[in-house]
Design a protein around this ligand. Structure first.
Ligand SMILES: Cc1ncc(COP(=O)(O)O)c(C=O)c1O
Length: 286
């Protein structure tokens, strides 16, 4: 299995990252995960745009153009012959020696880029059965729009879910549902689909973007507005979304059934629309 290290495709074992890399010491970096179906990367431009926006927000100069990054990622997918799977890539502010919180002089920064691939089939069984989630206060920072590699808050939330055998933790801040630990959160009440608007409290999910588009095109009612924890608990249907999970139904919340405890009709419809969109871009799904 090959990986990308800076601009080269190399053997994983040959990668050397300095122990004073700011990604390693401070979590000073950004990441993305893109899904490949049939060897074609889905929404690659949107993911690359988000990394560039993130880099702007943290004053990190991207070491390549969008097109160069795109070609690099595509070449790794080809090299590793990934059919259905994920590519993970990250960019850090590089070696920051001597250790100092302040950003180094931009002239002296050499960002470190790495990328790797994993074969990840679509989990059709889980998508048809749905998952359990817990609700938990959102203890993270206030720049959740930045896809930062500093993920301790998210990691801790997910761990709370796993401790009680749940799949995901849906977070809330001041009574408002924000997002889950590694996915966006949605609820459906009286045929209206709700999700938190983009801003600093959530990550602007690329899957969210796709779902908003396909739902609106299909004439479904969508409101990108804040909703409360109470509303979530009274919802008819709940789901989470991410690059890997696509449209994943949530059938229990804190141990109580969502609606009748089965995957509901609007979530099922969104799953179909999502699969159609992926098929349109990447070809027939298996
Ligand atoms: C905190 C958080 N929110 C939302 C998402 C969903 O983003 P996307 O749909 O771009 O994968 C993720 C994905 O990793 C995430 O970590």
């Amino acid at each position: 299995m090959k990986v990308i290290w800076n601009k080269e495709i190399v053997d994983r074992a040959s990668v050397k990252i300095d122990l004073e890399d700011r990604g390693y010491q401070f979590g000073d970096g950004l990441y993305e995960v893109i899904r490949a179906y049939n060897g074609t990367l889905f929404t690659i431009d949107e993911h690359i745009d988000r990394m560039f926006r993130g880099a702007d927000k943290i004053d990190l100069k991207m070491p390549f153009t969008k097109e160069e990054l795109k070609q690099l990622i595509i070449s790794l997918i080809k090299e590793n012959q990934i059919d259905t799977g994920n590519i993970y890539f990250q960019l850090t502010r590089g070696n920051g020696s001597p250790r100092n919180h302040a950003y180094p002089d931009p002239e002296k920064v050499t960002p470190v880029f790495t990328a790797s691939t994993t074969v990840v089939p679509r989990d059709a069984v889980l998508m048809s059965k749905g998952v359990a989630a817990i609700t938990i206060p959102d203890m993270r920072w206030l720049h959740c729009d930045i896809k930062s590699i500093s993920l301790l808050g998210n990691v801790m939330a997910k761990h709370e879910a796993h401790k009680v055998g749940a799949f995901e933790a849906i977070q809330h801040r001041d009574g408002i549902v924000t997002e889950a630990s590694s996915s966006n959160s949605w609820m459906i009440k009286d045929d209206v689909i709700y999700t938190h608007p983009d801003g600093n409290l959530i990550l602007a999910g690329i899957t969210k973007l796709v779902i908003l588009k396909i739902a609106r095109e299909a004439g479904l009612k969508v409101k990108e507005e804040p909703y409360t924890l109470e509303q979530l608990k009274q919802a008819d249907e709940v789901f989470i979304s991410s690059t890997t999970l696509e449209v994943m139904p949530v059938v229990t919340l804190d141990g109580a059934s969502v609606g009748d405890g089965k995957v509901g009709p609007i979530v099922t419809k969104l799953q179909e629309l999502y699969a159609q969109e992926v098929t349109r871009v990447c070809g027939e799904l298996v």
